[in-house]
Design a protein around this ligand. Structure first.
Ligand SMILES: *Cc1c(COP(=O)(O)O)cnc(C)c1O
Length: 223
């Protein structure tokens, strides 16, 4: 199947209120252009420098989503163009995003990554860390970031019940935070969860944004 066919079959199988981020990490510009020519505009990358190179080379109406783990010292390379940062997993990084956004006179949209998987290798904040952060005065001073929701990654497992439980946890916490807190820079409406292997479960559990790579572009070859 071609990239365009893969895209359309996914788009036809998901509800209209769920948006699709095409995860193009490690894939060449030509593959991204194929998806672009089929109508896709939102792409996800997990390395800041790779995303910045692709931003330079490709059409400027592409929305670039940073979905990977963030290193604070690299935020500056994407602050002028990034559309949504999914994986904010520390207050320090959020403050750096605010600082870089201010330099470009922008407000950068962010999602907080909640740690839902039991695996130690997965990044993310706990609910108590998120709570402590968003009620702090330091947080209310951040005028150049806007928290639009939450992101999570399920455990890498064949056991569907574990994945489903983790997605339920994310949805549940999203609802609680949305109900409890609302400030000029915190107003959640997005739940980013679901990848090639688990996006159907994620949608059943309330995902509004899925991040799909290999089902669109084929398996990745890591060096
Ligand atoms: C790579 C990646 C994806 C996409 O993974 P696929 O299994 O190829 O769909 C989604 N989210 C994150 C955070 C990723 O790093």
């Amino acid at each position: 199947m071609s990239i365009a066919n893969n895209l359309h079959s996914i788009l036809n199988s998901i509800p209209k209120n769920v948006s699709l981020i095409a995860v193009s990490k490690t894939k060449p510009d030509a593959a991204i252009l194929e998806a672009y020519n089929a109508g896709q505009r939102a792409f996800g990358e997990n390395k800041i420098q790779e995303m910045a190179q692709k931003y330079e080379a490709l059409p400027k109406d592409i929305e670039w989503h940073m979905i990977g783990h963030l290193q604070s010292n690299k935020v500056k390379y994407m602050a002028h163009f990034v559309h949504l940062i999914h994986g904010v997993d520390s207050f320090k990084t959020l403050k750096e995003i605010n600082k870089q956004a201010l330099k470009h006179n922008r407000v950068i949209n962010c999602l907080l990554q909640l740690k839902i998987a039991k695996e130690d290798t997965k990044f993310g904040l706990s609910t108590s860390e998120i709570e402590a952060m968003i009620v702090s005065e330091e947080f209310l001073a951040l005028k150049n970031i806007y928290i639009k929701g939450f992101m999570g990654m399920a455990t890498f497992t064949d056991d569907e019940s574990i994945i489903r439980d983790e997605f339920k946890t994310l949805q549940n916490n999203y609802s609680i935070f949305k109900k409890t807190y609302n400030t000029f820079n915190f107003n959640p409406s997005i739940i980013s969860m679901g990848m090639s292997n688990d996006y159907k479960i994620a949608i059943e559990e309330g995902s509004t944004m899925i991040r799909v790579g290999s089902l669109i572009f084929g398996e990745r070859n890591y060096i």
